[in-house]
Design a protein around this ligand. Structure first.
Ligand SMILES: Cc1cc2nc3c(=O)[nH]c(=O)nc-3n(C[C@H](O)[C@H](O)[C@H](O)COP(=O)(O)O)c2cc1C
Length: 188
């Protein structure tokens, strides 16, 4: 089906955003897509901070974006917007890197006061990069995502169903199969 790049923009080594995205990747894979995960924190800091467009890791990330039909962009909310780490990668991509692509924006955050950060902060950036179709995104409260000692990821009811919906709409926009698996609890 479609090739999907799933980008986590959290700098945290124990990131809830990244765990959530990897969990959603499995759902997209089950729907017939090829999903490639990309954690921006694994890219070399000197390339991101030094605007080294020619660094092999940045060139590779740029090619991954270019090859993708769909892109999941996940970020923690930092200071009422997306993370600086995510922006440091987006800034190194070509201006219209998202042209013709379907994009699913996702965020995690600590307060519902910033539930609209996707729409007022992230969406305009994705739009400026030429995204063909930015589907409805979703903000998940950090307290609604728990990771057990055994690696089990649990998303609170309400958030889980909403995530299923936005992921399935994104998948459908990319021609994916429907899946009835629940996101409420599963091993990440
Ligand atoms: C530096 C910093 C700034 C934050 N600023 C906000 C904020 O403005 N609004 C909010 O809702 N949450 C804020 N948070 C909470 C995080 O968005 C939230 O815990 C998120 O789920 C962390 O995701 P991660 O585990 O993937 O890094 C902040 C956290 C940090 C560390």
């Amino acid at each position: 089906m479609a090739a999907i790049l799933s980008i986590s923009g959290s700098p945290s080594a124990i990131s809830r955003t990244a765990r959530l995205l990897r969990h959603l990747d499995a759902r997209l894979t089950a729907q017939g897509h090829e999903v490639i995960p990309l954690d921006v924190r694994t890219l070399p800091a000197e390339a991101l901070l030094g605007a080294d467009f020619k660094h092999p890791a940045i060139v590779e990330a740029t090619e991954l974006v270019a090859r993708a039909d769909g892109v999941v962009v996940g970020t923690p909310v930092y200071k009422a917007a997306y993370s600086g780490l995510l922006k440091s990668l987006l800034d190194l991509l070509p201006q219209y890197a998202l042209e013709g692509k379907t994009v699913l924006p996702l965020a995690t955050g600590g307060t519902t006061a910033h539930v609209l950060a996707i729409d007022y902060a992230l969406r305009p950036v994705l739009n400026s990069m030429g995204a063909g179709h930015i589907v409805q995104g979703w903000f998940t409260l950090d307290k609604d995502i728990t990771v057990g000692d055994d690696g089990t990821l649990t998303v609170a009811p309400g958030s889980a169903e909403a995530l299923e919906q936005v992921v399935d709409r994104f998948s459908a926009a990319l021609g994916g199969r429907t899946s009835r698996t629940s996101l409420l609890a599963a091993t990440a």
